[in-house]
Design a binder for this molecule. Sequence first.
Ligand SMILES: [Zn+2]
Ligand SMILES: [Zn+2]
Length: 278
Amino acid sequence: MTTFDPSVLAESISAETGLGFVGSDGRSADGVRWLEVVPAGHPLGQTFAIRAEIGWRRIDVRFRLGSFAGDLLASTRSADETGRRVFQTVLDACQKAGAGVALIVNGTIRNHRDDAVWEDPWRSFGFVVGKGMLAINEGNDTADMRLIEEWATRATAAVIALLPVEEEARGLPEGAKLRIEVNRYERDRRNRTAALAIHGHKCMACGTDMAERYGAAAEGLIEVHHTIPVSEVGPGYIIDPGTDLIPLCPDCHSVAHRRSPPYSVKELRNMLRPNLPA
Ligand SMILES: [Zn+2]
Ligand SMILES: [Zn+2]
């Protein structure tokens, strides 16, 4: 019998999104164990919940709004273009990773790619991301928790793209903050959160996972790099966190920016190839 600590999940999602979450857990009437996170410091009915149900070889992550979250429902539907695009892109990435995605608007299942979803008045809104065929509940608690975090973080990244969240620059070391290009795209934390939810935390050039190398002190330490130089995109350009933003470790990120325009991931990999074990 495995035990998962909901506060660990809450901490990890808080670190990813910059929003404070608290966790709880329980079991549904049919015996399915769940972990849930909700934004800290708000009455439950007025906010939202992300619940990961851990079934037999599957995880289903459900987003639902509280019963008295009318304001939140209205602001979610009127999310800006960036928010809607990030929401769709993260859910696309979930599908590409083999999950089923169902948007439920006014009690009806809708396609998250259907722009008409945003036109109708909403009485209710929720979604489910379900991934089956998982090696879960087979006795490895650490691996199980990693899967739960991965899928819950993706769902949360989709959600917060739609929310009127105040931007925070937490979670980055000072040096990284200084080096990162200052522009309105990078400043939008939703994009960073979505990019990491899609690509994970390993450097895309050298494959380093900072937490694996340094341990807990480096948990969550990764930088997000624009593949398209800021000077080449117009003011109306809406960034795609799936293709335009990639995770790089601090070393690779520094090297990438030793040239303008920056070195591509392919070029970085070529530089590293002679040094990598065969
Ligand atoms: Zn690297
Ligand atoms: Zn960069």
